[in-house]
Ligand binder design. Sequence first.
Ligand SMILES: Cc1cc2nc3c(=O)[nH]c(=O)nc-3n(C[C@H](O)[C@H](O)[C@H](O)COP(=O)(O)OP(=O)(O)OC[C@H]3O[C@@H](n4cnc5c(N)ncnc54)[C@H](O)[C@@H]3O)c2cc1C
Length: 373
Amino acid sequence: MIVMGSNAMRVINKIGVDAKKAGTVDVDFIERRDYKTLELLSSLDAAKDPKAPAKSYYRPDLHNELKRVALLGLGCKAAKLVLDAKVVSVDINNASATLADGRVFKGDVLIGADGERSIVKSSFSEPGSIQQAPFKIFRSLVPTSVFLSDERTRRVLDLSHNRFLMFCHPTNSLVSVLIGRNSDLIDIECGYRRRKGERAIDVSDQAAIRARLLETFKEYHPDIRCAIETATVTTDWEVWKCKPQKHLAQGKAVLTGDAAHSMEPTTGQGGSQGLEDAGALAVFLSNIGSKDEIPHRLELLAKMRGERTAKVVALSGVRPGEEEIIRKNYPRHAINRSSIKNGVEHIVFLYDYDVIEESKKTLQAAATPRASL
Ligand SMILES: Cc1cc2nc3c(=O)[nH]c(=O)nc-3n(C[C@H](O)[C@H](O)[C@H](O)COP(=O)(O)OP(=O)(O)OC[C@H]3O[C@@H](n4cnc5c(N)ncnc54)[C@H](O)[C@@H]3O)c2cc1C
């Protein structure tokens, strides 16, 4: 499952994604509850913009819908999808990519949307690096019907409707429960502090995963433990976070998505920022008089996106609703260098951002001095 905040939904709605086809579920609140008592700790409104309220998607459904729209070319030229195409090298000055089978693709712009271990990023003269976060995450999907069959999991389900819900241990772990796919599936994500040097447990070793899961979350409320135990297959995920990338554009290439800004998943913004990138690209690469303008357009885009995503990345490990606690207890945390004081302001910063409007303003501002000459 993936939550798309209002900032991403503004782009998704604009490109013609069909919410029904994608099986969306409303995410009206972001809530924290105590891991032991289930007491409500904070509740933040995530549906303030009626035109673009936050939604949860089952990832394959969102991918398929984005693919459908891209291949139809709704409102623009249809995309061509080349599958089974491993890129082995790129030339960022020529906007070309060479595949493992020797084929070379060349264009006007090379968009590096190839994830946190981006081959495009590695071709930049100052490629930023990534570092492993102190947490890992166990992830499982369970049919809602399973939750309905037991009164303990039914209680968890009742608390989870229309919410991005986190059951929080004060420092070491959290369990988030998210309903999606027309409410037919439940995503259980259990974030926990990894041991030093520990890598992800292989998915084939379900016994080891289960043992670690039950040990790590043994102090959680019995209803939550019961919910965790419903999973038949669980995967263990490492989390990697980028160190600031100095330039998001170089030559004829630009970085987007996790290639530009991999982050912690706590605020649910990694994919949403990728959608913001897509919205910005659509504006900055439209209405271009000559191809010579492209490098300047990419520079403007990179500056605007770099400033926004640096702040989002820095706060990506903060559980929404815990801002005041983090400010007080961790004076050196990046949140103390930001203007964000509490959960409401954090959600406003993330969700109220309209990337299409901001991109238009940036382009206009850059054009104004030239027009007056
Ligand atoms: C536990 C967890 C929960 C999350 N929850 C949320 C959430 O609720 N909301 C949210 O907005 N974000 C969330 N995220 C973040 C989100 O999943 C990522 O930010 C997003 O998937 C990144 O998308 P991407 O397309 O940029 O990169 P990727 O998903 O990594 O895609 C990169 C693609 O490039 C391809 N590729 C790479 N190298 C090559 C090559 N050499 N040749 C050809 N192809 C190549 C890969 O195969 C892959 O398909 C979460 C992340 C985690 C770990």
